[in-house]
Design a protein around this ligand. Structure first.
Ligand code: ZN
Length: 292
């Protein structure tokens, strides 16, 4: 299910064929020849030079963490909410400054009627997305990795992207709307210039990122654009989200579906479907980054 790049096509069969030929030639020579072959194969004195895969002809091998089309690019993934938030209401209800005013540090997020929490969905999707982007060579940072009791607060989530000088940042969510409301939408920052918030430099690139993510997501999952927000475009602009207002790097949110709609829940709770979702988001981010 994962991306397979040309680096996985290292031309190893050639040396294997050579070995096979050598072996075939030696078979009639019986024991003496076989011993000679064994000694040859050992190459005493040069064990470390025995045909490393990266030395194979062809030029596209030698995979390493920094190789790939996104080498040098930084992506920050923000898994929305935190499964521990509901046990830390005092902390997450603390007000933080989002430029246009004050807002809660974080929220619990929604859940399916059967109790599958949005925060669990977003972290799983983040892991899948991280793996795909890292295979493309990107440096990926998560705002949290299930490694803290609650949060981070929305202002800190934005700061993590800013500090990392992310080339793209995305906040992963699923919605909690009414049954019958279904589909996904991408949320982009509107122009905000107030207090610590100044989105003017990022509005245009974030719109482009948002369009690419929406297109990639729809292609990969078949999930329709939201039928209850965005006038059927799958795109929504907001100026009331701290995670976007305080961002200085191109950033969007994606609401992957509605956790209170039966049709969407069947998808959101499926691991193989979440892999498709991650592939779609990855494709959108890759498309954006390869042009930026
Ligand atoms: Zn959410």
């Amino acid at each position: 299910m994962s991306y397979e790049g040309p680096e996985n096509e290292a031309p190893r069969p050639r040396s294997r064929r050579a070995l096979t030929l050598t072996f075939a030639a030696l078979v009639p020579v019986a024991l003496l020849g076989w011993l000679a072959y064994s000694a040859l194969g050992d190459e005493p004195g040069h064990p470390s030079e025995a045909a490393p895969p990266s030395a194979a002809p062809g030029g596209t091998s030698s995979p390493s963490p920094s190789a790939g089309p996104l080498a040098g690019k930084v992506v920050v993934i923000d898994p929305g909410h935190n499964t521990g938030n509901f046990r830390h209401t005092a902390e997450i209800n603390r007000q933080v400054d989002i430029g246009t005013g004050k807002k809660e540090c974080d929220t619990t997020g929604t859940a399916t009627n059967a109790g599958y929490p949005e925060a669990k969905f977003t972290l799983d999707l983040a892991h899948r997305l991280r793996a795909l982007l890292e295979k493309q060579g990107a440096t990926v940072k998560l705002t949290h990795d299930g490694d803290r009791a609650w949060g981070p607060c929305v202002d800190e989530r934005a700061r993590i992207g800013n500090t990392a000088h992310a080339d793209a940042a995305i906040s992963l969510h699923a919605d909690g709307s009414a049954e019958g409301n279904r589909g996904f939408h991408v949320i982009m920052p509107g122009v905000v210039h107030a207090g610590a918030a100044d989105t003017r430099p990022i509005v245009a690139p974030a719109q482009k990122l948002g369009a690419r993510v929406a297109g990639g997501y729809r292609d990969a999952t078949g999930e329709p654009f939201s039928n209850y927000l965005g006038d059927g475009t799958g795109m929504v602009t907001r100026t009331d989200l701290g995670g976007l207002n305080l961002s200085t790097v191109p950033k969007v949110f994606i609401e992957c579906g509605n956790m209170r709609d039966k049709s969407d829940v069947a998808l959101l709770t499926s691991g193989p479907w979440r892999q498709k979702a991650a592939q779609g988001i990855s494709a959108g981010i890759v498309s954006f980054l390869r042009e930026s």
